[in-house]
Design a binder for this molecule. Structure first.
Ligand SMILES: [Zn+2]
Length: 469
């Protein structure tokens, strides 16, 4: 969870209408494709968070834009955004919004490698893969941009955010992947980048499937269309190499990554057992012990072990009193015991509520509480018939919101990538000894694109390490 600009909250609140006309979506015009992509991009940026480094954002954009402008669809409103997410992923939305995570950037080792990823994703857009995927997704599940006040689908815990997020995890078919690889190859070679780096990138992405704490999201959304490395090498063999040098741009690329956050960023909130601590927003909130919890850019949520109750903390607008009356004023909500109060000395307003949804009648508590001028919504709900059994847990959790004062938690820092230039030929093992990282050597090998046991860097090479700052 991170501070949400007030404007975003307003946008989310105004955009609660589901997209209509689903039946016509099999024939999507370009204007509609663009509009759908932009809406989904807004949700993606809000839900996943944009990495706050304008230089890095501009750099990725400056790399991607010429590729897109040279493609078959140069006039789309292309955009390139680095998402503040440690998972290894890249995705494109219809009409041109393209996203790469800082997680995938950490695994890239040259400009040409990044260009190969961008080229592949541009290929999905130019070949309109995501358009057909998007219309299919809308036909089956409907697309609700913005947040509903209540999500009755308790089962869909993994998808608590906007349903638009589902779009990013659309699976393309093998044929689509092959075509995107082909297009990516063409875009990068037309731009004079060395296509051998595309094969290197695929090797790295393949290696990320070997486990570790970083979900290889890219692999789950990009099914392997056969051996990508082999296919890339076949394309290279069949390709007429142009006159003049090919670009790899390893060192200048790596230097761009110096200082980038690596792994989860505890500044955006982290868990200590059941307690959620947010050092930037300076609050602490306790979930019931043993619940499954999840922190995303817009909210932090916990689900009971029986998966039948939810507690969700998110941002709200207005004073606690205003926010509560707005919440209770929604159609279909019945409430009792609305009262202004304080929670651990903070101004708050709370009520018990019930709401009829399509699936069930839900009941629980809603509390709005204010800290340092920001209002938070604490929502605890379950099936109406189970409110009694969760009553204690709900009250205890909602009553736990408090100012975070623990200096150690307040000062927690994320790990960061640091680039080191080696002065002589160095093995990975020697490097790790000389410049220790806070990650295991296998992971260090992965992000540097070398083998853990045989990896060697030539004299003068820039090498990534990960440090607690
Ligand atoms: Zn793909």
């Amino acid at each position: 969870m991170r501070p949400v600009p007030a404007l975003l909250l307003v946008l989310a609140a105004c955009a609660t209408n589901p997209v209509t006309g689903r039946r016509e979506l099999s024939l999507i015009g370009e204007q509609q494709e663009i509009a759908m992509g932009l809406e989904a991009a807004k949700s993606a940026s809000a839900e996943m968070g944009v990495y706050p480094d304008s230089q890095l954002q501009r750099y990725v954009s400056a790399l991607g834009m010429p590729l897109a402008r040279a493609s078959e669809r140069p006039n789309l409103p292309w955009s390139f955004t680095v998402i503040d997410d440690p998972v290894v992923n890249a995705f494109a939305l219809p009409g041109g919004p393209l996203f790469v995570t800082r997680g995938i950037l950490a695994h890239v080792n040259s400009e040409a490698q990044l260009v190969s990823v961008l080229g592949h994703e541009i290929g999905h857009v130019t070949a309109k893969h995501s358009v057909s995927q998007m219309s299919r997704a809308q036909l089956t599940q409907g697309l609700f941009i913005g947040a509903m006040i209540l999500r009755p689908e308790l089962q869909q815990f993994g998808n608590l955010g906007s349903q638009a997020l589902g779009l990013m995890f659309l699976k393309f078919g093998r044929d689509d992947e092959t075509q995107a690889d082909e297009l990516g190859f063409r875009y990068m070679t037309n731009a004079q980048y060395d296509p051998a780096e595309m094969a290197e990138m695929f090797k790295t992405l393949d290696r990320t499937s070997g486990g570790g704490d970083q979900t290889p999201e890219w692999l789950s959304t990009h099914p392997n269309p056969g051996n990508r490395v082999t296919k890339t090498n076949e394309r290279i063999a069949a390709w007429t190499r142009p006159a003049g040098p090919l670009k790899v741009n390893r060192d200048p690329f790596l230097q761009r990554l110096d200082g980038m956050v690596y792994g989860e960023d505890p500044r955006q909130g982290f868990f200590q057992q059941a307690a959620f601590l947010h050092p930037t927003l300076k609050f602490r909130f306790d979930f019931p012990a043993g619940w499954r919890t999840q922190n995303s850019a817009q909210q932090v949520a916990g689900m009971s072990t029986a998966q039948d109750a939810l507690i969700v903390l998110s941002g709200a607008t207005g004073s606690p009193q205003q926010a509560l009356s707005q919440f209770l004023g929604q159609q279909g909500i019945q409430s009792s015991g609305a009262t202004n109060t304080t929670i651990n000395g903070l101004p708050a307003a709370t009520a018990q509520f019930a709401v009829q949804t399509q699936q069930a009648t839900l009941g629980g508590y809603v509390t709005f509480v204010q800290l340092d001028g920001t209002t938070y919504r604490l929502l605890a709900y379950t099936d109406q018939s189970k409110v009694g059994s969760y009553d204690r847990a709900f009250r205890a959790s909602l009553g736990s919101f408090q100012r975070l004062t623990d200096p150690q938690a307040l000062n927690v820092k994320p790990n960061r990538l640091r680039l080191v230039q080696v002065r002589s030929a160095t093995t990975l093992a020697q490097f790790q000894q000389q410049y220790p990282s806070v990650i295991p050597i296998e992971q260090l090998a992965l992000i540097n694109g070398v083998d853990a046991s045989t990896g060697t860097f030539p004299s003068g090479a820039w090498v990534k390490r990960v440090v607690a700052q």
